[in-house]
Design a protein around this ligand. Structure first.
Ligand SMILES: CC(C)(COP(=O)(O)OP(=O)(O)OC[C@H]1O[C@@H](n2cnc3c(N)ncnc32)[C@H](O)[C@@H]1OP(=O)(O)O)[C@@H](O)C(=O)NCCC(=O)NCCS
Length: 168
């Protein structure tokens, strides 16, 4: 497998990340907060926000053989959800299908349980996103339910899944 690193975001990654993120096939399975088209300034704004994020979240760049390849995050909830964290991730298309996200998800979950006062990590892939669901299942996440027509993307109502992993 290629050498994978999860590192804090650095502004030097903005150009490469914006090029990989500006891809309709990446945006199609993410929330609308992930812009499409995706400009250099979007990457710069995102990296700047990650650098200012507080201790309740982990925002990390995925580097493959030293090159920025995508992003992964854990965000702790608030109020009654404060002991849960939401997992999100994306990888540029040239890097798909090499086991990279399976490895990255395993690593950030271990980091999250070590660093954050949480008992649960969850993710909400669209039901059609079989690759993402497989990544979660390979990391021990359990499918807890399918939220029928729970999301709308590009004008289409979509089912999404609730997957979760409890603190080992
Ligand atoms: C979904 C995504 C994260 C998968 O990352 P990846 O590094 O390519 O996944 P891996 O190589 O670790 O593959 C994990 C498993 O999923 C399977 N898989 C990957 N893509 C698949 C696809 N499109 N359809 C079906 N299975 C797929 C792989 O075969 C592998 O299973 P196996 O080991 O049993 O063969 C990546 O395609 C991506 O970033 N897509 C765009 C953004 C996105 O969807 N983010 C997630 C939002 S919830």
């Amino acid at each position: 497998m290629d050498t994978i690193q999860l590192l804090p975001w650095h502004m030097d990654y903005a150009l490469a990340i914006s090029a990989l993120a500006n891809d309709p096939e990446v945006a199609a399975n993410l929330r609308d907060v992930f812009p499409h088209p995706y400009a250099l300034s979007d990457a710069q704004d995102f990296i700047s926000a990650c650098q200012q994020a507080g201790p309740d979240s982990l925002f990390l760049a995925i580097l493959v053989e030293g090159q920025p390849a995508g992003g992964i995050s854990l965000c702790r909830g608030q109020d009654v959800y404060r002991e849960s964290a939401e997992l999100g991730y994306w990888l540029g298309r040239p890097y798909w299908g090499k086991g990279i996200m399976t490895e990255a998800v395993g690593r950030i979950c271990a980091l999250g349980f070590a660093r954050l006062p949480i008992r649960r990590i969850f993710a909400e892939p669209f039901a059609r996103n079989l690759g993402s669901r497989r990544v979660l299942e390979k990391n021990g996440f359990q499918l807890e339910g399918i939220m029928r027509q729970g999301a709308v993307k590009q004008g289409e109502a979509l089912d999404y899944c609730m997957y979760a992993l409890l603190r080992p």
